[in-house]
Design a protein around this ligand. Structure first.
Ligand SMILES: [Mg+2]
Length: 256
């Protein structure tokens, strides 16, 4: 089980090291909203991250499209990873996973079918992204969620496993091209471009972040936001609000 970050000796670990901090976005840097469209980085978080970026490398990594992510975070001079790392931009990296393009028409086909299917379910939101889409069912009446999931998998199962993959998140299904790539792999990809002595820190709240916790478990500092029971992260923060406190401390202890 993860250890509460603020009761641990984490500050000793970051002492005298070059740091690279990776943040998930929704549920980590911003609170989860009923409507994913309402999530923007708050002014005070933006301000503190803008100070921190002068002292350490920062990357925001999300399931959102890179363009959308950049718009919502709107901090210049840091790294962004969109679509769970299929696209990476920043610190002289400009990466786009080549398999993505090939599978895009299949994802689009699934999107049309799912979009049509959810019409019968009030509160279901299908969010289209460039290379993937997300079904949000947080606002669907719990009594009919099971039925929605059944219909969802009936459609998804008509596609080949090597074409489409499903990722579970908090009250969402993410429908992605079946590429062997995830947040963890994209973080390793980025780190390889830098000095190996850097200490990577990853902060995330959701199931998709576990790939990053796994990837960094031997040499990074991994922080889960919220429920600490089912995670491979070493540390946890009690809630999203504590992420701000974490950033503030980092900003105070790191010297340029
Ligand atoms: Mg998240």
């Amino acid at each position: 089980m993860a250890e509460y970050l603020f009761h641990s000796n984490w500050l000793e670990r970051i002492n005298q090291q070059d740091i690279f901090i990776f943040f998930d976005f929704d549920g980590t840097l911003v609170p989860i909203m009923k409507n994913p469209d309402d999530c923007y980085l708050s002014e005070h978080t933006k301000e503190i991250l803008s100070k921190l970026k002068e002292k350490t490398k920062i990357c925001i990594i999300s399931g959102r499209d890179i363009k959308d992510l950049k718009k919502r975070a709107s901090i210049e001079g840091i790294c962004y990873c969109g679509s769970h790392g299929l696209q990476i931009e920043g610190y002289d990296i400009n990466y786009f996973n080549p398999e993505t393009k090939r599978l895009k028409p299949i994802i689009d086909e699934a999107y049309i079918l799912i979009k049509e299917m959810v019409k019968g379910f009030e509160g279901a939101i299908v969010e289209k992204k460039s290379f993937s889409f997300t079904l949000h069912f947080r606002q669907v009446n719990p009594a009919i969620r099971k039925k929605l999931k059944k219909y969802f998998f009936e459609i998804i199962n008509t596609f080949k496993e090597k074409e489409i993959k499903i990722q579970n998140g908090k009250m969402v299904f993410e429908i992605l091209p079946a590429i062997d790539w995830n947040k963890g792999k994209s973080i390793s990809f980025i780190l390889k471009k830098f000095d190996k002595k850097v200490l990577p820190i990853f902060v995330g709240d959701d199931l998709t972040d576990e790939t990053a916790f796994c990837e960094l478990k031997d040499y990074g500092l991994t922080i889960k936001v919220g429920n600490s029971k089912k995670t491979v992260a070493k540390y946890f923060l009690k809630n999203q609000a504590e992420v701000y406190k974490f950033i503030k401390i980092m900003n105070e202890v790191l010297n340029v």
